[in-house]
Design a protein around this ligand. Sequence first.
Ligand code: CUA
Length: 327
Amino acid sequence: MPASGRRLILVGAAVSALAVTACQGPQSALNVAGREAEAMADLLWVLVSAGAVIWVLVLGTALFATRLFPGPIDQRIGNTIIVVGGVFVPTVVLGALVGWTMWAMSELRTPDPDGLRIAVSGEQWWWRVAYERDDGTVVPSANEIRLPAGEAVTLELSSPDVIHSFWIPALGGKMDMIPGRVNELVLEPRKPGVYRGQCAEYCGTSHALMAFSVVVMEPDAFETWLAAQAEPAQAPPSEGRQLFSANGCGACHAVRGTGAEGRVGPDLTHVASRLSLGAGVLPVTEEALAEWVAHTRLVKPEARMPPYDMLPDTEIDAIASYLAGLE
Ligand code: CUA
């Protein structure tokens, strides 16, 4: 084989490898882990396959007519080709696809009346989360969503100010979060694991920094986790707790059980049990917490929370240490 041919094959292999690896990962609609995502992936593959077949047929016909038999054809055969290929086939194919899509949409969007409900509000630029338990109690959280595998969960999506779009590609389609209304999204995750969600509608400066972790757990583990999240914080008196209170952090953040009851920012009662900080932008470590408290707007431009870089490093470290203990 000549060198140029070999080079072409290598380039082709590299491009294919890139394309295939893009289908993997925690935020891929092709790395399917839920019922709605499965239905959408099925629809995608049917569309791609049918499109490929139609493309080959159309090109084949064009080549046949221009290269193999370029002469005129019988008027009646020509009319038949136009009616069948131009009217009948597209009507049947597109009609079937529309019918299938409509059926799948109504099937997948029907909430389970006894299922878990989670209210999620898109904020600038984080996610307010509240689990509504069977006994009527509500468990507040933020920037992370945990779901029981195999159960249809209804997410009540809203926003207080601007439009966001809630999207967990591995579990299902995206849905807008619109001020003044509640949109219901039903998701039935099937595979336990850690996935990633992202705001999918431009909502301001830090739109791209508005992500969240999605943890799909076995139902028993989920119930245990939710019961632990409902508990007040394990926060023995410490310098960090005292500084948190003295600097007014509790006016915006709640740490249940400590007197901090703010509702403006994320609930921090169990912040250290989460997989990320600042809506998917930092890991949850003492260093990252200190970085966030001191330089909030360097980490997340135009965040509503003001940076506390006027505090001495020792005080910031003490607050970070307190927060890192809130598991
Ligand atoms: Cu929220 Cu983009």
